[in-house]
Design a protein around this ligand. Structure first.
Ligand code: C2E
Ligand code: CA
Ligand code: CA
Ligand code: CA
Length: 275
C-alpha cells in the first residue's frame, strides 16, 4: 500500500507539473498571439424566436495557433485573465467586433463578451467610448455580455462602470444567467437590458420537468422586470418548440446558426431587397 501510495503521489505530481508547463507555454505564446495576427472572431447569430429574424451576432474568440491548431477560449481565457493579457486581447476583440459591425448595412446588434478583469480595469468605459468613436459604430448597436461572477468582485465599482457604459448608450446583457451567485439580487441592482439563460437549462428543457420549470420561471422574471430573455445553446427542434410556446423572445444555438467567420453570414448582414 505504501509503494502504491508513493506511486500515486508521483503520478499526481508529474501530472501537475505537466499542467503547469502547459499553462506556461500557452501564456508565452499568447503574449504574441495578437501581434502575430493569430486571433480571429467567429460570429454566431442571435434570432427572434417568433419571426426567426436575425437581431444580432455574438463575437466569439478563436485562437489559430501556429502549431496546435484552433484553441478554444475556455482553454486560454482563464490564463489570459490571470496574466493580465486579457486587457490587450479584450481590447482587440472589442475593436475588431465594432469595426466589423460598423460595415454592416443592416443595423444589427454586436454582442461582445467582457471579462471581469476588463470590467474592473481602470477607464474601461472610456475605452469603449473611444472604440465606438473610432469605428463609428452607434452605441445602441453594441451589447456587452457580462457574467454575474464578473460583478461580485467589487460590486460598487462594477455598478459605477455599468452606469458609465449605460450613459454612453451601450446595452448590457447578463450572460450565463442561473450559473452564478445570487442572480436575483444582481438583476435588481445592475442595469441590465437582457437576460441570457445559460445553455445548461435549455439542454433537456423538453424532456425534464425541472429544467422546464426553471426556464419558465426565468421567462416570468424577464416579463416582470421588462427584460427580454435570450435562450443560449438551442440545439434541437424540441427545445425551440418549447421556448416558442413559452414566449421566449430570443434564441442562439447550433440549431439557429453556428459560430462562423463573418463571410458565412454576409447575406444576413447586407440589406435585403424588401428591408
Ligand atoms: P459564452 O459567452 O457562454 O458563449 C457561448 C458558448 O457556447 C460559445 O462557446 C459557443 O460557441 C457555444 N455554443 C453556442 N451555441 C451552442 C449550442 O447550441 N450547443 C453547444 N454545445 N454550444 C454552443 P465558445 O465560443 O467556445 O466560448 C466559450 C466561452 O469563452 C464563452 O462562453 C465566453 O465565456 C468565453 N469567450 C468567448 N469569446 C470571448 C471573448 O472575446 N472575451 C471573453 N472575455 N470571453 C470570451
Ligand atoms: Ca457570451
Ligand atoms: Ca453564455
Ligand atoms: Ca435537449
Amino acid at each position: 500500500a505504501k509503494v502504491e501510495g508513493r506511486g500515486t503521489y508521483r503520478f499526481f505530481e508529474a501530472a501537475m507539473g505537466a499542467e503547469v508547463k502547459e499553462r506556461r507555454l500557452i501564456e508565452h505564446d499568447l503574449l504574441h498571439a495578437v501581434s502575430r495576427g493569430e486571433l480571429r472572431l467567429a460570429y454566431q447569430p442571435q434570432k427572434q424566436l417568433t419571426s426567426g429574424a436575425v437581431i444580432g451576432f455574438e463575437a466569439l474568440l478563436r485562437w489559430q495557433h501556429a502549431t496546435r491548431g484552433v484553441i478554444s477560449p475556455d482553454a486560454f481565457i482563464p490564463i489570459a485573465e490571470e496574466s493580465g493579457l486579457i486587457l490587450q486581447i479584450g481590447e482587440w476583440v472589442l475593436r475588431t467586433a465594432c469595426r466589423e459591425a460598423a460595415t454592416w448595412q443592416r443595423p444589427l446588434v454586436m454582442a461582445v463578451n467582457v471579462s471581469a478583469v476588463q470590467l474592473h480595469s481602470a477607464q474601461f468605459a472610456q475605452l469603449v467610448h473611444e472604440v465606438l468613436f473610432q469605428t463609428g459604430l452607434s452605441p445602441k448597436r453594441l451589447e456587452l455580455e457580462i457574467t454575474e461572477t464578473a460583478l461580485i468582485r467589487d460590486k460598487n465599482r462594477a455598478l459605477a462602470t455599468l452606469r458609465q457604459l449605460k450613459s454612453l448608450g451601450v446595452r448590457i446583457a447578463m450572460d450565463d444567467f442561473g450559473t452564478g451567485y445570487s442572480s436575483l439580487s444582481n438583476l435588481r441592482a445592475f442595469p441590465f437590458d437582457k437576460i441570457k439563460i445559460d445553455a445548461s437549462f435549455i439542454r433537456s428543457v423538453d424532456t425534464s420537468d425541472e429544467a422546464a420549470a426553471i426556464v419558465r420561471a426565468v421567462l416570468g422574471l424577464g416579463r416582470g422586470l421588462g427584460l427580454p430573455v435570450l435562450a443560449e445553446g438551442v440545439e434541437t427542434a424540441g427545445e425551440l418548440a418549447f421556448l416558442a410556446a413559452e414566449l421566449c423572445h430570443e434564441g442562439q444555438g447550433y440549431l439557429l446558426g453556428r459560430p462562423c467567420p463573418i463571410e458565412s453570414y454576409e447575406a444576413l448582414v447586407a440589406a435585403s431587397g424588401g428591408k
